[in-house]
Unconditional design. Structure first.
Length: 349
Protein backbone atom coordinates (compact mmCIF):
# COMPACT_ATOMS: atom_id res chain seq x y z
CA UNK A 1 0.00 0.00 0.00
CA UNK A 2 0.96 3.67 -0.14
CA UNK A 3 1.69 5.62 3.04
CA UNK A 4 3.13 9.02 3.93
CA UNK A 5 6.66 8.91 5.33
CA UNK A 6 8.78 11.74 6.73
CA UNK A 7 12.39 11.21 5.65
CA UNK A 8 13.74 14.49 7.04
CA UNK A 9 12.94 18.20 7.28
CA UNK A 10 10.73 19.26 4.34
CA UNK A 11 11.13 15.74 2.89
CA UNK A 12 7.67 14.13 2.78
CA UNK A 13 7.21 11.15 0.47
CA UNK A 14 4.50 8.69 -0.44
CA UNK A 15 6.21 5.32 -0.08
CA UNK A 16 5.19 1.79 -0.97
CA UNK A 17 5.04 -0.07 2.37
CA UNK A 18 3.74 -3.48 3.49
CA UNK A 19 0.00 -3.81 3.95
CA UNK A 20 -0.99 -4.03 7.62
CA UNK A 21 -2.38 -7.25 9.02
CA UNK A 22 -4.21 -8.18 12.21
CA UNK A 23 -1.58 -8.73 14.90
CA UNK A 24 -3.75 -9.12 17.98
CA UNK A 25 -7.32 -10.31 18.62
CA UNK A 26 -8.26 -6.75 19.66
CA UNK A 27 -7.14 -5.21 16.33
CA UNK A 28 -9.19 -3.97 13.40
CA UNK A 29 -8.05 -3.22 9.86
CA UNK A 30 -9.39 0.00 8.33
CA UNK A 31 -9.48 1.30 4.79
CA UNK A 32 -8.82 5.02 5.14
CA UNK A 33 -11.55 7.17 3.60
CA UNK A 34 -10.08 10.54 4.60
CA UNK A 35 -7.09 11.80 6.57
CA UNK A 36 -5.48 15.21 6.97
CA UNK A 37 -2.41 17.20 7.94
CA UNK A 38 -2.23 18.59 11.49
CA UNK A 39 -0.34 21.59 12.77
CA UNK A 40 1.61 19.28 15.08
CA UNK A 41 2.78 17.32 12.00
CA UNK A 42 4.62 20.45 10.93
CA UNK A 43 7.02 20.39 13.90
CA UNK A 44 8.77 17.35 12.46
CA UNK A 45 8.35 18.58 8.90
CA UNK A 46 10.07 21.85 9.80
CA UNK A 47 12.80 20.10 11.77
CA UNK A 48 11.78 21.87 14.98
CA UNK A 49 11.15 18.57 16.71
CA UNK A 50 13.53 15.79 15.73
CA UNK A 51 12.52 12.13 15.62
CA UNK A 52 13.85 8.94 14.09
CA UNK A 53 13.41 8.95 10.33
CA UNK A 54 11.91 7.65 8.20
CA UNK A 55 8.66 7.92 10.15
CA UNK A 56 5.04 7.22 9.25
CA UNK A 57 2.87 10.31 9.42
CA UNK A 58 -0.70 11.24 10.28
CA UNK A 59 -2.94 10.75 13.30
CA UNK A 60 -6.42 11.82 12.13
CA UNK A 61 -8.61 9.52 10.06
CA UNK A 62 -12.02 8.16 9.27
CA UNK A 63 -12.39 4.86 7.48
CA UNK A 64 -14.29 1.67 6.80
CA UNK A 65 -13.65 -1.51 8.77
CA UNK A 66 -12.15 -4.21 6.52
CA UNK A 67 -11.49 -6.95 9.09
CA UNK A 68 -11.60 -7.46 12.87
CA UNK A 69 -9.82 -9.62 15.42
CA UNK A 70 -11.72 -12.38 17.17
CA UNK A 71 -12.15 -10.34 20.38
CA UNK A 72 -13.61 -7.22 18.71
CA UNK A 73 -17.32 -6.79 19.42
CA UNK A 74 -18.27 -3.12 18.95
CA UNK A 75 -17.53 -2.70 15.24
CA UNK A 76 -17.82 -5.03 12.27
CA UNK A 77 -16.61 -5.10 8.66
CA UNK A 78 -18.35 -2.45 6.60
CA UNK A 79 -18.81 0.03 9.47
CA UNK A 80 -17.78 3.64 8.88
CA UNK A 81 -15.71 4.65 11.91
CA UNK A 82 -13.96 7.63 13.46
CA UNK A 83 -10.60 6.95 15.08
CA UNK A 84 -9.27 9.29 17.80
CA UNK A 85 -5.74 10.59 17.42
CA UNK A 86 -4.46 8.71 20.52
CA UNK A 87 -5.30 5.10 21.26
CA UNK A 88 -5.89 3.74 24.77
CA UNK A 89 -6.62 0.17 25.82
CA UNK A 90 -9.88 1.15 27.52
CA UNK A 91 -9.12 -0.83 30.66
CA UNK A 92 -6.36 0.94 32.61
CA UNK A 93 -7.15 3.34 35.45
CA UNK A 94 -6.51 6.42 33.30
CA UNK A 95 -8.81 5.19 30.54
CA UNK A 96 -11.53 4.42 33.09
CA UNK A 97 -11.11 7.93 34.50
CA UNK A 98 -11.71 9.47 31.08
CA UNK A 99 -8.12 10.16 30.00
CA UNK A 100 -7.17 7.52 27.43
CA UNK A 101 -4.44 9.88 26.22
CA UNK A 102 -2.54 8.87 29.38
CA UNK A 103 -3.18 5.13 28.97
CA UNK A 104 -0.36 3.01 30.41
CA UNK A 105 -0.53 0.83 27.27
CA UNK A 106 -1.43 3.65 24.91
CA UNK A 107 -0.10 4.04 21.39
CA UNK A 108 -0.15 6.73 18.73
CA UNK A 109 -0.63 6.47 15.00
CA UNK A 110 2.70 6.20 13.23
CA UNK A 111 4.59 4.92 16.26
CA UNK A 112 5.42 1.56 17.79
CA UNK A 113 3.46 -0.12 20.56
CA UNK A 114 5.00 -1.47 23.76
CA UNK A 115 6.03 -4.66 21.97
CA UNK A 116 7.68 -2.78 19.14
CA UNK A 117 4.91 -3.44 16.62
CA UNK A 118 4.27 -0.62 14.16
CA UNK A 119 0.97 1.24 14.29
CA UNK A 120 0.41 2.63 10.80
CA UNK A 121 0.21 6.38 10.27
CA UNK A 122 -3.20 7.74 9.32
CA UNK A 123 -1.96 9.32 6.07
CA UNK A 124 -2.04 6.06 4.13
CA UNK A 125 -4.39 3.68 2.39
CA UNK A 126 -4.83 1.17 5.22
CA UNK A 127 -4.17 1.07 8.96
CA UNK A 128 -4.13 -1.46 11.76
CA UNK A 129 -6.17 -0.05 14.64
CA UNK A 130 -5.16 -1.44 18.05
CA UNK A 131 -7.72 -1.72 20.86
CA UNK A 132 -10.55 -1.37 18.36
CA UNK A 133 -13.37 -1.68 20.90
CA UNK A 134 -11.92 1.05 23.10
CA UNK A 135 -11.24 3.55 20.33
CA UNK A 136 -13.29 3.20 17.16
CA UNK A 137 -16.69 4.89 17.07
CA UNK A 138 -19.05 3.84 14.29
CA UNK A 139 -21.54 6.22 12.75
CA UNK A 140 -25.19 5.12 13.06
CA UNK A 141 -25.44 4.77 9.27
CA UNK A 142 -23.11 5.18 6.33
CA UNK A 143 -22.62 8.96 6.16
CA UNK A 144 -23.23 11.15 3.13
CA UNK A 145 -20.02 12.29 1.49
CA UNK A 146 -20.61 15.90 2.52
CA UNK A 147 -20.44 14.84 6.18
CA UNK A 148 -17.02 13.19 5.88
CA UNK A 149 -14.97 16.38 6.57
CA UNK A 150 -16.93 17.13 9.75
CA UNK A 151 -16.61 13.52 10.92
CA UNK A 152 -12.87 13.69 10.26
CA UNK A 153 -12.66 16.86 12.37
CA UNK A 154 -13.93 14.82 15.34
CA UNK A 155 -10.77 12.69 15.26
CA UNK A 156 -8.80 15.62 16.68
CA UNK A 157 -9.42 19.30 16.07
CA UNK A 158 -13.10 19.57 17.05
CA UNK A 159 -12.59 17.43 20.14
CA UNK A 160 -9.48 19.42 21.01
CA UNK A 161 -11.25 22.77 20.62
CA UNK A 162 -14.07 21.38 22.74
CA UNK A 163 -11.58 20.29 25.43
CA UNK A 164 -10.21 23.84 25.55
CA UNK A 165 -13.72 25.22 26.02
CA UNK A 166 -14.62 22.65 28.68
CA UNK A 167 -11.33 23.30 30.52
CA UNK A 168 -12.06 27.04 30.44
CA UNK A 169 -15.51 26.37 31.90
CA UNK A 170 -17.40 27.89 29.01
CA UNK A 171 -21.15 27.85 29.59
CA UNK A 172 -24.34 29.76 28.85
CA UNK A 173 -23.69 33.50 28.81
CA UNK A 174 -19.90 33.20 28.87
CA UNK A 175 -17.55 35.76 27.38
CA UNK A 176 -14.72 33.90 25.63
CA UNK A 177 -11.45 34.86 23.97
CA UNK A 178 -9.82 32.38 21.60
CA UNK A 179 -6.06 32.73 21.04
CA UNK A 180 -5.07 30.98 17.82
CA UNK A 181 -6.78 30.82 14.44
CA UNK A 182 -5.64 27.41 13.26
CA UNK A 183 -8.12 24.57 12.92
CA UNK A 184 -8.14 23.94 16.69
CA UNK A 185 -8.72 27.59 17.54
CA UNK A 186 -11.51 27.85 14.99
CA UNK A 187 -13.10 24.72 16.40
CA UNK A 188 -12.70 26.31 19.82
CA UNK A 189 -14.90 29.15 18.60
CA UNK A 190 -17.51 26.63 17.44
CA UNK A 191 -17.25 24.68 20.69
CA UNK A 192 -17.68 27.81 22.80
CA UNK A 193 -20.83 28.80 20.94
CA UNK A 194 -22.11 25.22 21.16
CA UNK A 195 -21.71 25.38 24.95
CA UNK A 196 -23.73 28.59 25.11
CA UNK A 197 -21.14 31.39 25.05
CA UNK A 198 -22.76 34.76 24.45
CA UNK A 199 -19.67 36.57 23.20
CA UNK A 200 -16.65 35.01 21.48
CA UNK A 201 -13.62 37.08 20.52
CA UNK A 202 -11.42 35.39 17.93
CA UNK A 203 -7.85 36.67 17.74
CA UNK A 204 -6.96 36.30 14.06
CA UNK A 205 -5.10 38.38 11.52
CA UNK A 206 -5.88 36.23 8.45
CA UNK A 207 -9.02 37.16 6.48
CA UNK A 208 -9.79 33.56 5.41
CA UNK A 209 -9.59 32.34 9.00
CA UNK A 210 -11.57 35.32 10.27
CA UNK A 211 -14.34 34.35 7.84
CA UNK A 212 -14.46 30.80 9.23
CA UNK A 213 -14.43 32.11 12.80
CA UNK A 214 -17.40 34.36 12.04
CA UNK A 215 -19.25 31.49 10.38
CA UNK A 216 -18.64 29.43 13.54
CA UNK A 217 -20.18 32.14 15.71
CA UNK A 218 -17.42 34.57 16.66
CA UNK A 219 -18.93 37.90 17.63
CA UNK A 220 -15.71 39.92 17.46
CA UNK A 221 -12.39 39.73 15.61
CA UNK A 222 -9.14 41.14 17.01
CA UNK A 223 -6.31 41.04 14.43
CA UNK A 224 -3.54 42.46 16.61
CA UNK A 225 -1.03 40.28 18.46
CA UNK A 226 1.16 40.67 21.54
CA UNK A 227 0.71 43.75 23.74
CA UNK A 228 -1.34 45.46 21.01
CA UNK A 229 -3.66 42.47 20.86
CA UNK A 230 -4.03 42.38 24.63
CA UNK A 231 -4.85 46.10 24.71
CA UNK A 232 -7.43 45.68 21.94
CA UNK A 233 -9.17 42.80 23.74
CA UNK A 234 -9.23 44.61 27.06
CA UNK A 235 -10.66 47.71 25.43
CA UNK A 236 -13.31 45.59 23.72
CA UNK A 237 -14.27 43.92 27.00
CA UNK A 238 -14.43 47.00 29.20
CA UNK A 239 -10.92 46.66 30.60
CA UNK A 240 -11.54 43.50 32.64
CA UNK A 241 -10.80 40.63 30.25
CA UNK A 242 -12.74 37.41 29.67
CA UNK A 243 -13.91 34.81 32.15
CA UNK A 244 -12.96 32.02 29.73
CA UNK A 245 -9.91 32.03 27.46
CA UNK A 246 -8.85 29.28 25.04
CA UNK A 247 -5.11 28.96 24.27
CA UNK A 248 -4.80 26.98 21.03
CA UNK A 249 -1.24 27.64 19.83
CA UNK A 250 1.34 26.40 22.33
CA UNK A 251 4.07 29.08 22.29
CA UNK A 252 5.42 31.29 25.05
CA UNK A 253 3.89 34.34 23.36
CA UNK A 254 0.45 32.81 22.89
CA UNK A 255 0.29 31.63 26.51
CA UNK A 256 1.24 35.06 27.83
CA UNK A 257 -1.30 36.70 25.56
CA UNK A 258 -3.97 34.30 26.80
CA UNK A 259 -3.15 34.91 30.46
CA UNK A 260 -3.12 38.67 29.94
CA UNK A 261 -6.70 38.70 28.64
CA UNK A 262 -8.08 36.41 31.37
CA UNK A 263 -9.97 38.39 33.99
CA UNK A 264 -9.11 37.92 37.67
CA UNK A 265 -10.69 34.67 38.82
CA UNK A 266 -11.13 33.53 35.21
CA UNK A 267 -10.31 30.22 33.53
CA UNK A 268 -7.80 29.50 30.80
CA UNK A 269 -8.11 26.24 28.85
CA UNK A 270 -4.91 25.33 27.00
CA UNK A 271 -4.61 22.72 24.26
CA UNK A 272 -1.83 24.11 22.05
CA UNK A 273 0.94 21.52 21.67
CA UNK A 274 3.86 23.10 23.60
CA UNK A 275 6.54 24.57 21.34
CA UNK A 276 8.87 27.48 21.87
CA UNK A 277 9.08 27.13 25.65
CA UNK A 278 5.68 28.19 27.06
CA UNK A 279 5.81 28.68 30.82
CA UNK A 280 3.28 29.58 33.47
CA UNK A 281 4.05 32.74 35.50
CA UNK A 282 2.95 31.58 38.94
CA UNK A 283 3.28 35.04 40.44
CA UNK A 284 0.90 36.54 37.88
CA UNK A 285 -1.52 33.65 38.29
CA UNK A 286 -1.40 33.84 42.08
CA UNK A 287 -2.01 37.57 42.20
CA UNK A 288 -5.01 37.45 39.87
CA UNK A 289 -6.43 34.07 40.96
CA UNK A 290 -6.08 32.76 37.41
CA UNK A 291 -7.15 29.15 36.84
CA UNK A 292 -5.38 27.10 34.17
CA UNK A 293 -6.46 23.66 32.97
CA UNK A 294 -6.17 21.58 29.84
CA UNK A 295 -3.59 19.50 28.03
CA UNK A 296 -3.84 16.63 25.57
CA UNK A 297 -7.51 16.40 24.61
CA UNK A 298 -9.22 13.10 25.46
CA UNK A 299 -11.20 13.25 22.22
CA UNK A 300 -12.50 9.67 22.54
CA UNK A 301 -14.46 10.81 25.60
CA UNK A 302 -16.15 13.57 23.61
CA UNK A 303 -16.84 11.61 20.42
CA UNK A 304 -20.39 10.37 21.15
CA UNK A 305 -21.88 13.79 21.95
CA UNK A 306 -20.08 15.60 19.13
CA UNK A 307 -20.93 12.83 16.65
CA UNK A 308 -24.60 13.24 17.45
CA UNK A 309 -24.44 16.95 16.65
CA UNK A 310 -22.58 16.38 13.36
CA UNK A 311 -25.04 13.71 12.23
CA UNK A 312 -27.93 16.02 13.13
CA UNK A 313 -26.37 18.92 11.22
CA UNK A 314 -26.13 21.06 14.36
CA UNK A 315 -22.42 21.70 13.91
CA UNK A 316 -20.23 21.63 10.79
CA UNK A 317 -16.59 21.64 11.90
CA UNK A 318 -15.53 20.32 8.49
CA UNK A 319 -15.37 23.92 7.27
CA UNK A 320 -11.82 24.08 8.63
CA UNK A 321 -10.75 21.95 5.66
CA UNK A 322 -10.16 24.48 2.92
CA UNK A 323 -8.03 22.30 0.64
CA UNK A 324 -8.78 18.75 -0.54
CA UNK A 325 -6.07 16.77 -2.30
CA UNK A 326 -5.49 13.16 -3.29
CA UNK A 327 -3.04 11.28 -1.09
CA UNK A 328 -0.63 11.29 -4.02
CA UNK A 329 -0.26 15.06 -3.49
CA UNK A 330 0.56 14.80 0.22
CA UNK A 331 3.82 16.75 -0.20
CA UNK A 332 1.80 19.60 -1.69
CA UNK A 333 -0.58 19.46 1.29
CA UNK A 334 2.30 19.81 3.76
CA UNK A 335 3.82 22.69 1.80
CA UNK A 336 0.47 24.49 1.63
CA UNK A 337 -0.12 24.22 5.37
CA UNK A 338 3.47 25.10 6.20
CA UNK A 339 3.19 28.21 4.02
CA UNK A 340 -0.17 29.19 5.55
CA UNK A 341 -1.86 28.80 2.19
CA UNK A 342 -4.27 26.37 3.80
CA UNK A 343 -5.90 26.21 7.22
CA UNK A 344 -6.04 22.42 7.12
CA UNK A 345 -5.67 20.12 4.09
CA UNK A 346 -7.85 17.03 3.74
CA UNK A 347 -6.36 13.97 2.03
CA UNK A 348 -8.31 11.37 0.06
CA UNK A 349 -6.50 8.05 -0.51
Amino acid sequence: MLATVLHGPKDIRLDDVPDPVLRRPTDALLRVVAACVCGSDLWGYRGVRTSPEPRRMGHELVGVVEAIGVDVTTVRPGDFVIAPFALGDGTCAHCRNGFPTSCVNGVIWGGNDHDGLLVDGAQGELVRAPFADANLVATPTAPAQELVPSLLALADVMGTGHHAAVSARVGPGSTVVVVGDGAVGLCGVLAARRLGAERVVAMSRHPDRQAVALSFGATDIVPERGPEGVAAVLELLGGIGAGSVLECVGTRESMQQALAVTRPGGYLGYVGVPAGGPELPIGQMFGANLNVAGGVAPVRRYLPELLGDVMAGTIDPGRVFDLTLPLSDVAQAYAAMDGRRSIKPLLRP
